[in-house]
Design a binder for this molecule. Structure first.
Ligand code: PRT
Ligand code: ZN
Length: 286
């Protein structure tokens, strides 16, 4: 049987859809039977296991799965022998301390000798140690946000994304312990063939992610300002410049980074660029 790279992804939950989409964007189609324990890719040497996110680091450490997609928060809490090989840009959240809205919180010394409820005891303990605070950690398995309201704890440490859960439970976020996003993890030692498949996957993944942050731009430029305009558009090598049918004008094609996008557009307009078109790029091979 040909070698397949075994990937573990979340069975259901916040990372499920984005993990599947990432594989799809990489051109990997899965056989029907999602929601089973495992499935195979139709057009890539890959087998997919669907698991609870908390179990994924262990499966990868044990080499039951070669690679996995999981939140950094889980990796840091579980402390397993796995290697993080790529940040994936989704599942973003922060692990934060929250206290009752009316508590007089100035800094983390507030937590001294208090009770803290969390599902992240390891990370909380590390945070307390770093800040030389002694507090009682209550590990609970879910609905952490209700702990202060029912008198179980004075503070909580939990994941936050929009902040609405804290708000609805009368809590305020007072300290961020960690910023997290989904990451691709791997077993530290893969066989030669698995390693080669992983490199193919990483190549696709980076091309897709790079393209997401980059736009293709086309515009018309008066020839006398061409130098100024092309200087604003470095492109992958340099911009493409083609003469227009109308004398004295050129068409300029290039790529721009999303972060600098609006700033560049303004400068291009100021330099006399017209008919600016911006289109998404599906994949970018560097
Ligand atoms: O069943 P399984 O064990 O696989 O799933 P799970 O219930 O343990 O995890 P799940 O699906 O909730 O989250 C999976 C991963 O998504 C986490 O490990 C994080 O890396 C990431 N993630 C991103 C989040 C959030 N955002 C998030 N907001 N995980 C949980 N939350 C929860 C948080 O615990 C709190 O209850 O959402 C609530 C807060 O959200 P806001 O928007 O109200 O602030
Ligand atoms: Zn979980």
């Amino acid at each position: 049987m040909p070698t397949r790279l075994k990937i573990a992804i979340q069975k259901s939950g916040r990372l499920y859809e984005d993990s599947l989409k990432l594989l799809k964007d990489c051109g990997i189609d899965l056989k029907n039977g999602i929601n089973k324990l495992k499935t195979e890719a139709e057009n890539f040497p890959m087998e997919v296991f669907f698991l609870r996110d908390d179990d994924i680091p262990q499966y990868v450490e044990d080499a039951v799965a070669d690679i996995g997609i999981v939140g950094e928060n889980v990796i840091l809490e579980k402390n397993k022998k796995v290697t993080v090989c790529e940040k994936l840009g989704f599942g973003k959240c922060r692990l934060s301390v929250a206290v009752g809205r009316n508590e007089p919180y100035d800094d983390c010394r507030f937590l001294h000798h208090k009770k803290i409820a969390t599902t992240y005891p390891v990370l909380v303990e590390k945070f307390l140690k770093e800040n030389k605070i002694e507090a009682e950690i209550h590990e609970i398995s879910g609905s952490v946000e209700i702990a202060p309201g029912i008198g179980l704890a004075d503070a909580i440490v939990d994941l936050v994304s929009s902040g609405s859960t804290l708000f609805m439970n009368g809590l305020k976020e007072v300290e961020t312990i960690l910023h997290s996003e989904a990451v691709l993890i791997r077993h530290p030692k893969l066989g030669q063939e698995q390693q080669e498949i992983l490199e193919k996957l990483l190549f696709r993944l980076r091309s897709v992610r790079k393209a997401k942050h980059t736009k293709y731009i086309l515009l018309n430029a008066p020839n006398e300002r061409l130098k100024e305009i092309t200087a604003l558009l470095p492109g992958m090598k340099s911009p493409t410049v083609l003469p227009l049918a109308e004398a004295g004008w050129s068409s300029v094609h290039s790529v721009v980074n999303e972060d600098q996008f609006w700033e560049i557009i303004e400068k291009l307009k100021a330099a006399g660029a017209q008919g600016i078109l911006v289109v998404p790029i599906e994949k970018m091979i560097l």
